[in-house]
Design a protein around this ligand. Structure first.
Ligand code: C2E
Ligand code: CA
Ligand code: CA
Ligand code: CA
Length: 279
């Protein structure tokens, strides 16, 4: 019994205590970050494969931390989701992107910015898509300039409130993309049930493609079926000329990846737009 008692105490080791403290600090830092305006929006271009033109970009959040430097989303989005903070962070990001679009729409009327919206945001009682749609109305923007990226899991467990939010987005002119396609509960049957505009093939497929490889066959199948269901395809994580050529030959519509550009600041993205197109 004495032995067991000692073991029980070992469950809460100094290391675990430190982890718990770190997490609590992160949560309170995230609140502070929102109030102190420490989040930044980076943009990663999405390139049309047939022409090389840039008409789209994905908005990706970064945290300009006062001591840690630029922190990537993988280091804080999961905790933001667990705590529900993602709702406020997501609203902040959308407002930021929408304000940017007001400036962009004169010069780049066809630009579409893609924004991630996680299942937690869809299911939160505090958030409904009307915040975002109202924001567009306030700013006099059309929904046409926005794509909302959702995950397959959301569709699998699509309750009425999710379906009505997706419908409201589409009624406002916004497009819907399925993110990370192929990594979750992939089912083209779900895609048919909803009005989906874009399928984004996950990097885990595109990064390994070579002629006739099984990943290439999968990409080709996704592209063909998506087209038959009336959707356009964006390949994620394109890093090499060979991957680009294989995807273009397979009739893939768009590509996104380090081959073209990493996620960059507003200024850098504008420079790229001005250098590559007469929009
Ligand atoms: P994601 O939506 O799948 O975004 C694509 C991620 O792949 C980005 O990572 C991007 O920088 C990275 N990437 C793009 N091209 C390449 C490539 O060629 N090679 C490699 N190795 N990576 C590439 P990032 O910016 O670190 O974002 C990670 C994830 O965080 C995102 O994955 C998304 O799920 C989430 N996230 C980012 N911003 C937001 C946001 O505003 N809201 C929500 N809910 N989630 C966000
Ligand atoms: Ca995404
Ligand atoms: Ca993705
Ligand atoms: Ca991903």
């Amino acid at each position: 019994a004495k032995e067991q008692g000692r073991n029980r105490y070992q469950y809460f080791t100094p290391v675990m205590q430190e982890e718990a403290l770190k997490r609590m600090r992160l949560i309170s830092d995230l609140w502070g970050a929102l109030n102190d305006n420490q989040f930044r929006v980076y943009y990663q271009p999405i390139v049309e494969l047939a022409t090389g033109a840039i008409f789209k970009a994905e908005a990706l959040i970064r945290w300009q931390h006062p001591t840690r430097g630029l922190v990537g989303p993988n280091d804080f989005i999961p905790v933001a989701e667990d705590t529900g903070l993602i709702v406020d962070i997501g609203d902040w990001l959308f407002n930021e992107v929408a304000s940017q679009m007001v400036k962009w729409k004169q010069h780049y009327p066809n630009l579409q910015v893609s924004v991630n919206k996680s299942p937690v945001q869809f299911r939160s009682v505090h958030d409904n898509c009307s915040n975002w749609i109202e924001r567009l109305e306030q700013l006099g923007l059309s929904g046409e300039n926005f794509i909302v990226e959702i995950t397959e899991g959301l569709l699998l467990d699509a309750r009425d409130s999710v379906v009505s939010q997706l419908n409201a987005f589409r009624e406002a002119g916004m497009k819907i993309a399925i993110d990370d396609f192929g990594t979750g509960y992939s089912s083209l049957a779900y895609l048919r049930k909803f009005d989906i505009d874009f399928v984004k093939i996950d990097r885990s497929f595109t990064s390994n493609i070579t002629p006739n490889s099984s990943d290439m066959v999968l990409c080709e199948a996704i592209i063909e079926m998506s087209h038959k269901l009336g959707m356009k395809v964006i390949a994620e994580g394109v890093e090499t000329d060979e991957q680009r050529d294989l995807l273009r030959n397979a009739d893939c519509d768009f590509a996104q990846g380090y081959l073209y550009s990493k996620p960059i600041t507003v200024d850098q993205f504008e420079q790229l737009l001005n250098a590559t197109q007469s929009n």
